[in-house]
Design a protein around this ligand. Structure first.
Ligand code: ADP
Ligand code: MG
Ligand code: ZN
Length: 477
């Protein structure tokens, strides 16, 4: 039997507003346990939530970027369940009237372009964090994360491979990153993924019974969990068994998943409209204002770089791999650097220097004016390419003054024809054999002579000029 894997994703994204969804507490990561809480986010009786409008703006911005229809009048609902990380014993979420519905995300894989449908996205509050201490046989709870705003983005069951899932998550991360609404750090839990997966006979259009794997927090874990779970379900079915609809936990250390609990239904949560919060109204004007203030997305920048600057697809991809890098490149171009030159320097030297130092593009020490000045000196023939790379390395960390550095170290290219001619004459005199070789048609010897002249000029000769003068003098003999 040929099987087909079917996957749908639920992704939780922590939004990077400074304060929580329904109170003024800080959302900062890594604070001392229970130092960022108040009666509202700790669920004290009688404490009332007040909506943080910045969260709505972020959520609507994401909804529009994902092509969703935004719900003009939204509501919050209570999702009731008891768990020690949830002090109110209910989570404020949106079930009936979420932020938006029916969007799509374009992904690119080796197999080509494909559209993944977005079923819906909604706002909800995060829960606290439980810390189990097996030695003391204790569990402690940190409520700092309670009430941190989350956006849950639910896709249609449109994925067929792990590769598609990873491409989608990368695209989603890019979109969130360009919008500036989340830091998307999987390792800090600000982007978490539940994978719903079923298998069915290839060609069938009926969905099989699915399982859900919770809180996968790396691309590697997601890809491995998908491979494992698809094989497990196929084996169950091939042996004549039935897949049980359940929630499973992926154990990264054991490279296997195991059943956690049978799947709960919507009814189990006894959802009902949240009585303590008014409806959320998003007008057409408000959406337009958000659109007008929206930063360009990676996809839009790639199109622009290709059309406006004529850059190849590879360059467009590399330059937009990070928002800070794209901004740096655009600043270079705005300072008059030819686009292709700028692109080459950013993709070569800038990325190289960052990775050698283990720096993120946001932490780039060199500024666009410094690199633009350096590139201009090369363009004007005042620095040769090799020397410019050395100057770049020298000024990178302190954003040093290129002109001053070049002057202080006497690095400017020797373009004085008189100096070059004298040097060439000396070299020709000292190396009669290579000179004879060149005249006998041995090209290699010419390169040798160029090298000798450059050496005498301490590497600062203008290579073009050196070649010209050499050719001329050799022709004379
Ligand atoms: P719930 O709210 O119970 O988690 P939903 O119907 O909202 O369930 O679906 C959750 C996710 O599971 C969605 O991403 C959806 O695309 C996916 N999904 C639903 N049914 C299947 C299935 N049979 N196989 C794979 N994925 C599925
Ligand atoms: Mg679910
Ligand atoms: Zn609070």
């Amino acid at each position: 039997m040929m099987w087909e894997t079917v996957i749908g994703l639920e992704t939780h994204v922590e939004l990077s507003t400074r304060s929580k969804l329904f109170c003024g507490c800080s959302t900062a990561f890594g604070g001392a346990p229970n130092s960022q809480c108040c009666p509202v986010c700790m669920g004290m009786p009688g404490a009332l939530p007040v909506l943080n409008r910045a969260v709505v703006d972020y959520a609507v911005q994401v909804g529009m970027a994902l092509g969703c229809a935004i719900t003009p009048v939204q509501r919050f609902d209570r999702k009731n369940y008891f768990y020690p990380d949830l002090p109110k014993a209910y989570q404020i979420s949106q079930l009936y009237l979420p932020v938006g519905r029916d969007g799509q995300v374009e992904i690119d894989t080796a197999a080509g372009r494909k559209t993944i449908g977005i079923h819906e996205l909604h706002m909800e509050e995060d829960a606290g964090k439980l810390m189990h201490d097996p030695w003391l046989e204790q569990t402690r709870v940190d409520y700092n994360r309670c009430g941190v705003p989350l956006l849950e983005i639910v896709t249609r069951p449109d994925f067929r491979t792990a590769e598609e899932v990873v491409a989608y998550l990368e695209k989603l991360k890019e979109t969130l990153h360009y919008l500036g609404v989340s830091d998307c750090k999987m390792e800090e839990g600000s982007l978490r993924c539940d994978v719903n997966l079923s298998v069915r006979p290839a060609g069938s259009d009926v969905l099989g019974t699915r399982t859900e794997m919770k809180n996968l927090n790396s691309f590697k874990a997601i890809a491995r969990a998908i491979g494992y779970e698809a094989r497990r379900q196929m084996e169950v079915l091939e042996e004549g068994g039935q897949v049980v609809q359940e929630t499973r936990r992926w154990d990264e250390n054991k490279d296997a998943s195991y059943a956690m609990r049978s799947k709960e239904n919507t009814q189990d949560y006894r959802y009902f409209p949240e009585p303590d919060l008014p409806p959320v109204v998003v007008s057409e004007e408000h959406k337009q204002r958000l659109l007008d203030s929206r930063p360009e997305l990676g996809e839009e920048k790639r199109r622009l770089y290709a059309q406006q600057y004529g850059l190849p697809a590879y360059d467009c991809q590399m330059l937009t791999s990070h928002r800070a890098l794209a901004a740096f490149f655009e600043a270079l171009v705005a300072l008059g650097t030819p686009a292709k030159q700028g692109a080459n320097w950013v993709m070569g030297q800038v990325l190289g220097a960052l990775s050698a130092r283990g720096l993120a593009p946001e932490a780039l020490p060199i500024t666009p004016p410094t690199l633009a000045a350096l590139i201009r000196m090369v363009e004007e023939g005042r620095l040769n390419r090799n020397t410019a790379v050395k100057v770049f390395e020298a000024v990178f960390d302190q954003d040093g003054d290129v002109e001053a550095y070049v002057a202080a170290h006497g690095l400017e290219q020797v373009r004085d024809t008189g100096v070059v001619e004298r040097t060439v004459a000396q070299v020709l005199e000292e190396h009669p054999q290579p000179v004879a070789d060149v005249r006998a048609g041995k090209e290699k010897a010419f390169g040798f002579l160029v090298g000798q002249v450059m050496r005498r000029l301490a590497g600062q000769g203008d290579p073009q000029l050196v070649r010209e003068v050499l050719q001329e003098k050799l022709g004379e003999g």
